[in-house]
Design a protein around this ligand. Structure first.
Ligand SMILES: Cc1cc2nc3c(=O)[nH]c(=O)nc-3n(C[C@H](O)[C@H](O)[C@H](O)COP(=O)(O)O)c2cc1C
Length: 245
């Protein structure tokens, strides 16, 4: 067994943490591991806000839709896409910078995600648990004000880190054939593969909840696409100077 692949395949989100601090040297090492991720044109278009103030943590837990682990995890990071530092550097070196390009927003958002996932894998290799918090985009304006984020910086997601106080099962993933295609996008078998995965997930939920949760993957997706989930994001991003061109 390759221990790295085993580690990756044993990921599960943790939402209950022990009251135990991550030692600062380890915490910093995790962030450095994050910085080693590949980054588009070496731009490193991210800034992490390590939120340590307990009042800010409590407020962020609320702003994220009432997620208590945002406050109770050992550490909470807000991963921000940051086009400020790099565009200013290019400007100081004499470039006539154009800001607000949709491509720049993609570059920064991808950079943030790659960096974060490196932090996650490094943390999990140290027996820490993590939970991403997209819920901070429920109230991105308030989050940005609380963290004093400048223009050309936006909060993409949060990340809880800490010592797990639960041991949930690994959640199944879609069958490989539904997400891995050869040469061209052939979805002729996708409906059957999704039906198969719905059965897998229904079993997973039933077993995990002692029969109390009667749902499947397709059912779980419904609120994501039937409500206007975070319809404020377009205006919010444009106000921050992202994706206006
Ligand atoms: C960008 C992103 C945002 C997420 N936001 C939240 C969140 O706000 N709250 C939460 O409890 N889980 C959140 N999650 C965790 C997902 O629900 C979880 O990864 C998914 O259900 C798969 O489960 P697993 O991580 O245990 O394999 C988020 C995951 C990602 C990647």
């Amino acid at each position: 067994m390759n221990p790295t692949i085993e580690l990756l395949k044993s990921h599960r989100s943790i939402r209950k943490f022990k009251d135990q601090q991550i030692p600062r040297p380890l915490f910093e090492e995790l962030i450095r591991a994050g910085q080693s991720a590949a980054t588009s044109s070496h731009v490193q278009a991210y800034t992490l806000i390590h939120v340590v103030n307990p009042e800010s943590r409590a407020r962020l837990a609320e702003l994220a839709g009432g997620q208590p682990y945002v406050a109770s995890a050992s550490d909470f990071l807000v991963f921000c896409a940051d086009m400020k530092r790099s565009t200013e550097a290019a400007e100081r070196s004499g470039a006539e910078v154009t800001r607000g390009m949709t491509e720049q927003m993609l570059v920064a958002s991808v950079d943030v995600a790659l960096m974060a996932q490196n932090v996650v894998v490094a943390a999990e290799s140290e027996d820490l648990g993590i939970c991403y918090i997209g819920g901070i985009r429920n109230n991105p304006q308030e989050v940005s004000e609380l963290l004093k984020l400048p223009e050309h910086v936006y909060p993409v997601f949060g990340l809880c880190l800490g010592y797990p106080d639960q041991n949930p099962e690994v959640k199944p993933r879609l069958p490989l054939a539904s997400i891995l295609k050869q040469d061209v996008y052939d979805d002729s078998n996708d409906e059957a593969l999704v039906a198969e995965f719905d059965d897998t997930m229904a079993r997973y939920y039933r077993e995990r909840t002692g029969g109390n949760k009667n749902t499947n993957w397709s059912e779980q997706l419904k609120p994501l696409f039937t409500s206007k989930l975070r319809a404020h994001m377009k205006e919010f991003l444009q106000k921050r100077g992202f994706g206006v061109k």
